[in-house]
Design a protein around this ligand. Structure first.
Ligand code: 6R9
Length: 569
């Protein structure tokens, strides 16, 4: 096959000649970069913030540049250290202990970051939630994790079913008023000391819970430990190619693993200036952020790139983007068309990276020092063994499609699925972590994504489990049964399409369809609401009662229906 490649440009890249240089690389080598306490313990919050605050050359450097339509604020490493210390003291005052789950349900803001690091400094486990979540989504996560404390804002508190969460003892309100019966963030911060003795922990102690969707059941709590910092730090160097004076911008929300691993840990472990943009997405604002903040390294997602592409060339030309040196993408397949646009719009390549909530950090990537094959996710990092395996966990030869799998044991791997050991075990076959993605590997070791093997939907880069949406749909008074699929969409990757049957006494109307849509939106979140709803007489099911989403999809796309032998009469 005549393979199109885009050559690497000469430059001083952190990861050069990697195959030769890192042939015998071992992740343990990275550990010497960290500060070990007298008792041989660590804390990722120390490595990200306090360490730089203790360095006279770095302490006054901007750590966080926060920018939203109504607020601009910059915090140095020293300021961020003091604020997170204050919050850690607030947590201590309210008896939050090591290992407790403390959730954050709030908009991106400087307060979010102070609270986040405060949680890690006391050795508790942080659970960041998307601000778009509605009542059911919030309840499921707080219930499953048995969270003791929630930090939120008055507008979002309305979506927290306080009476139904017996473990949730304490609410901290950011921007609350005197009449609230909750802990007032601002008042407590004012009273709290800026000094705090960090809780030193073991590398294997917990720090983060990210809930993510599978094809069945409720969302699962993916549990990460401090040890992940080894990979966050090193991929920040190798893949983000961060240099000491860089201004870096990751567009992801901290409710998504990209927003923590690469919106918080990787940049600050490497001591760079981190831009956070609040507010809604608009191509013009985003080009403006790249320009105004002189962003050097930018990590975003195909769905955003496609929207920026659609905004046309004029939108790009209005801005001076000469600071930009390196662009990366994650979350969905990166269309070759977007890479072509990147070359035109920025005169830069966009580097695809592949990983998952469960993997905690990047695993298969394109590097600045390597040629890119548009459409490929790149090659495994040094220290990572990736392969294509069959369903028994046997490796397949090049160019054969199968399960994309990673040999167990990389530093940032999840350590558990919260309260669900069976689910955790089910990811592994024969020593391989099986991702649920299908792919193949070419002769030169580049990996090519083909699709999801389960029914998980990827809409605008967000993972949505069909089961969760179906469960919500059938709570609607008019809906009897529901089957939900991802339907290919040029801008969003996939959109959610729902097939429903109606209960007796209801008939199809535009108002009813809109009402059902709004019901899901209000119950779960806007991104989980089906953009299309189609009424059916029956929903196809297997004899064991499982919804045959594959069949719904084939019907929708006009494809052959394949094996329907298990279809219920
Ligand atoms: C970090 C993140 C994971 C799933 C993954 C895959 C899809 C992610 C991709 C990609 C094609 C890429 N995915 N990166 N597909 N090319 N570069 O996205 O985590 O939200 O858990 O999603 O996303 O299907 O299995 P998460």
């Amino acid at each position: 096959m005549d393979m199109q490649t885009i050559k690497a440009r000469a430059g001083d890249h952190n990861l050069e000649n990697y195959e030769e240089k890192y042939k015998n690389f071992n992740w343990d080598e990275v550990k010497s970069n960290f500060t070990w306490s007298e008792t041989d313990k660590v804390n990722i919050a120390y490595e990200t913030i306090d360490k730089h605050a203790a360095d006279p050359a770095k302490k006054d450097q901007a750590a966080l540049i926060y920018s939203s339509p109504d607020r601009e604020e910059t915090l140095s490493f020293d300021q961020l250290k003091r604020k997170s210390n204050q919050f850690a003291n607030v947590l201590k005052k309210y008896e939050i202990e090591k290992g407790d789950r403390v959730f954050l349900f709030m908009h991106r803001s400087p307060e979010f970051y102070a609270a986040f690091f405060g949680i890690l400094k006391v050795g508790a486990i942080a659970g960041p939630l998307f601000e778009a979540f509605m009542e059911q989504a919030v309840r499921d996560r707080l219930e499953d994790s048995e969270a003791r404390m929630l930090i939120t804002t008055p507008d979002l508190l309305e979506r927290v079913p306080l009476n139904e969460l017996p473990n949730l003892e304490k609410i901290v309100l950011v921007g609350g008023s005197d009449s609230d019966h909750h802990i007032n963030f601002e008042k407590e911060m004012q009273k709290a000391s800026e000094d705090f003795e960090i809780e030193w922990v073991d590398l294997e102690d917990g720090m983060l819970l990210h809930y993510t969707s599978g094809s069945t059941g409720k969302p699962k709590g993916v549990y990460h430990v401090h040890n992940a910092m080894i990979q966050h730090y090193q991929t920040g160097k190798w893949v983000l190619d961060l240099k000491d004076d860089d201004v870096y911008w990751c567009t992801a929300d901290p409710g998504w693993v990209t927003g923590t691993s690469y919106g918080i840990f990787a940049p600050w472990l490497n001591g760079v200036t981190n831009v956070v943009r609040g507010g809604r997405f608009s191509p013009d604002d985003w080009y403006g952020t790249l320009d105004d903040k002189n962003v050097n390294v930018w990590y975003s997602a195909p769905t955003a790139f496609r929207k920026m592409l659609s905004a046309g060339e004029e939108a790009v030309k209005k801005h001076d983007l000469s600071s930009l040196r390196h662009i990366l993408s994650v979350g969905e397949p990166l269309n070759p068309e977007v890479i072509t646009w990147g070359l035109k719009a920025f005169d830069l390549r966009i580097h695809d990276t592949w990983w998952m909530t469960e993997t905690g950090a990047m695993l298969i990537c394109n590097y600045p020092s390597e040629d890119i094959r548009p459409g490929s996710m790149g090659r495994p990092l040094p220290g990572i063994k990736a392969s294509i395996v069959d369903n028994e966990g046997n490796e397949l030869p090049a160019n054969q499609m199968g399960n994309l799998a990673i040999k167990e044991g990389w530093p940032s791997m999840m350590r558990a699925v919260w309260d669900n050991p069976g689910k955790f075990e089910s990811y592994f076959i024969n020593g391989w972590y099986v991702s649920g993605d299908s792919a193949y590997r070419d002769e030169d070791g580049y990996f090519w994504f083909q699709g999801r093997l389960d029914d998980v939907i990827n809409t605008s880069g967000e993972r949505v489990g069909p089961f969760e949406v179906e469960s919500k749909l059938i709570e609607h008074e008019a809906v009897a049964e529901a089957g939900v699929i991802g339907k290919p969409d040029p801008e969003r990757g996939e959109i959610i399409k729902a097939f429903v049957t109606l209960r007796d006494g209801y008939s199809e109307s535009d108002e009813l369809l809109e009402d059902i849509r709004q019901f899901v939106k209000k119950g779960l979140s806007a991104h989980a609401a089906p953009r299309e709803i189609e009424i059916k007489d029956t929903i196809p099911k297997t004899r064991s009662g499982k919804i045959m989403r594959r069949l719904l999809k084939s019907w929708e796309l006009g494809l052959p229906t394949g094996d329907t032998s298990t279809l219920e009469e």
